[in-house]
Design a protein around this ligand. Structure first.
Ligand code: C2E
Ligand code: MG
Ligand code: MG
Ligand code: MG
Length: 286
């Protein structure tokens, strides 16, 4: 009875899928089952060019379509997926689904459509990443998409001979590397120039400071200046209002992402907007 009560309390408190995984006798078996059942699916959030606000790509964000609990957000299951080693097959499956969805319409998305995939630390430590990227790119004609891997400072903390070679091989295939959530991790300024990254994604916590706190804005401005000097392209995340849009546009941030342009959307809705078609007429594979 006590356990039932505790479970109910957890549910009422809205602990959601923490509770979902916690009550399962083996959470990693639950994740494995969900992977086999195809419950992990991609959502797509538009990436726009600053200035024109044209959709030039998308970040792929994983969602768990749970049969009873509904849509589960990644913060609640990615940590467990990482610690149980399942994140690599889960990401591979996400890339497979993404290629299957985008390949049939890629010629209509405009050349060089950016596809951002979040990559966990374990995946960066494995040569399988190169193979996974190759398989993804093989679904497309040359030049149709630009694959960009989003890594956080955690993944990039200690670049060594292994990652140097890995990144060199990825770059040779045309794969780009973006440093995600920049500014929130361990200070990486000291080795930023040593990292072979192409894009820097300024974390949404900095964007949220626009219009609020003058001192923090100096930090944001300095980061943007630094990127320009290091010849890195900048993406600002979490753009929610016009004030932020104007501020970042004036400072020539290259690309923007945020609720102002579009929330993460399921494939059919995303493609309907990207292709400018009614959602009902978008044909999904499978
Ligand atoms: P992230 O890669 O930094 O993704 C951006 C997060 O910010 C997404 O949350 C997105 O929905 C949210 N966001 C976008 N625009 C706005 C905005 O204007 N305002 C606000 N408040 N939030 C915004 P989401 O989808 O819940 O993903 C959270 C994190 O989960 C991601 O952060 C990423 O670290 C991780 N994640 C998601 N999918 C995957 C995946 O396939 N693999 C791995 N390893 N991690 C993933
Ligand atoms: Mg990301
Ligand atoms: Mg981020
Ligand atoms: Mg994040």
């Amino acid at each position: 009875v006590l356990f039932v009560l505790l479970g109910l309390l957890g549910a009422l408190a809205g602990v959601g899928s923490h509770w979902l995984l916690a009550r399962s006798s083996s959470p990693s078996i639950e994740l494995r089952r969900a992977l086999q059942a195809g419950e992990f699916i991609p959502y797509f959030q538009p990436l726009v060019r600053s200035g024109t606000q044209q959709w030039i790509g998308a970040e792929v964000l994983m969602r768990w379509q749970h049969p009873r609990e509904g849509l589960v957000r990644p913060d609640l299951f990615i940590p467990l997926a990482e610690s149980s080693g399942l994140i690599v097959p889960m990401t591979r499956e996400l890339m497979r689904q993404t290629a299957e969805l985008l390949a049939p319409v890629a010629d209509r998305l405009g050349g060089g459509f950016h596809v951002g995939i979040n990559i966990a630390a374990a995946h960066c430590r494995s040569r399988e990443l190169v193979e996974d990227c190759r398989n993804f790119l093989q679904a497309f004609e040359p030049g149709q998409v630009v694959l960009s891997l989003e890594l956080t400072e955690r993944e990039l903390l200690e670049p060594d001979a292994f990652t140097d070679q890995l990144f060199a091989d990825l770059h040779e295939m045309g794969v780009k590397i973006a440093l995600d959530d920049f500014g929130t991790g361990h200070s990486s300024l000291s080795y930023l120039h040593k990292l072979k990254v192409d894009y820097l994604k300024i974390d949404q916590s900095f964007v949220a400071m626009i219009g609020k706190d003058a001192l923090s804005l100096h930090i944001l401005d300095s980061v943007i200046d630094l990127c320009a000097k290091l010849q890195l392209e900048v993406i600002a995340e979490g753009v929610e209002d016009e004030l932020q849009l104007r501020y970042l546009g004036d400072r020539r941030v290259d690309y923007l992402q945020g609720y102002l342009f579009g929330r993460p959307l399921p494939a059919a809705e995303f493609l309907a907007c990207a292709l400018d078609e009614p959602a009902a007429s978008v044909q999904l594979p499978g």
